[in-house]
Design a protein around this ligand. Structure first.
Ligand code: C5P
Length: 224
């Protein structure tokens, strides 16, 4: 096997949470650690790819060999992704906040003993995965993640169709599982042929297996 099977390929990875401001000191965010996305970026770089890692706020160092672009909001993440195109593949691992505060306050919201608490009006954020999958410069391979509870495969299959991506990597985040922030991950990979069940692996092993699958996918399309 070639040592750098993805040499010459540009791969875009989103990772981490987004942070949507309420005012200069408060925000809406989530508990994504960024670990899975960073692991994928690191393995892609080891495989020789040029990697653009568009990352929300995390505590992680940039993986060696990756170009990291730091963003806070979903809109910033989308803009950074679009600026990074063209890419051969895009892997959206980020836990993007579904909503942002319609009009974030430029000044700190004040707590006044006599006044009722403020009401936050939310509006939808752009869907970065769906936008990249429908983009005029669509990467050849677009991969999404899906954190589901209940009928994981059914939900993820529907999500693949809705988002227009090629593969969905689905994991079960039901209570009792420790995917979020944890080191291990059990995923199913859904593509046009159906569902592949992977064993529980640590996030680096999931990354290695996913990158190996990408290498195969690119190799099988050579000359087409
Ligand atoms: O719709 P849902 O959030 O479950 O979809 C998850 C997948 O979509 C992940 O790959 C995530 O990175 C991506 N996503 C996105 N932009 C959003 C919401 C989700 O790229 N606004």
């Amino acid at each position: 096997l070639p040592k750098q099977p993805l040499k010459g390929r540009h791969v875009l990875v989103t990772a981490g949470p987004t942070r949507e401001p309420i005012d200069p000191v408060r925000a809406i965010t989530n508990h994504s650690s960024g670990r899975q996305g960073y692991a994928i970026a690191e393995v892609l770089a080891e495989a020789g790819a040029r990697v653009t890692l568009v990352s929300g706020p995390t505590a992680l160092p940039a993986p060696p060999g990756c170009t990291r672009i730091d963003v806070e909001t979903a809109r910033e993440m989308l803009a950074a992704c679009e600026s990074a195109l063209p890419a051969d593949a895009a892997i959206c691992v980020a836990a993007v906040a579904d909503w942002r505060v319609r009009e974030a306050s430029a000044t700190k919201l004040k707590k006044r003993p006599d006044a009722s608490p403020p009401t936050l009006t939310l509006e939808a954020n752009p869907d970065i995965l769906a936008t990249l999958a429908a983009h005029i410069e669509r990467p050849s391979l677009v991969i999404g993640f899906a954190a589901e509870t209940g009928d994981v495969v059914r939900e993820a299959t529907a999500k693949r169709a809705r988002k227009g991506c090629d593969w969905i990597v689905a994991n079960d985040v039901s209570p009792g599982t420790t995917t979020f922030g944890g080191a291990r991950n059990q995923v199913d990979v859904i593509d046009e042929n159906g569902c592949e069940v992977w064993p529980e692996l640590d996030k680096h092993a999931v990354a290695r297996r996913l990158v190996a699958r990408m290498v195969e996918w690119f190799a099988s399309r050579k000359g087409q």
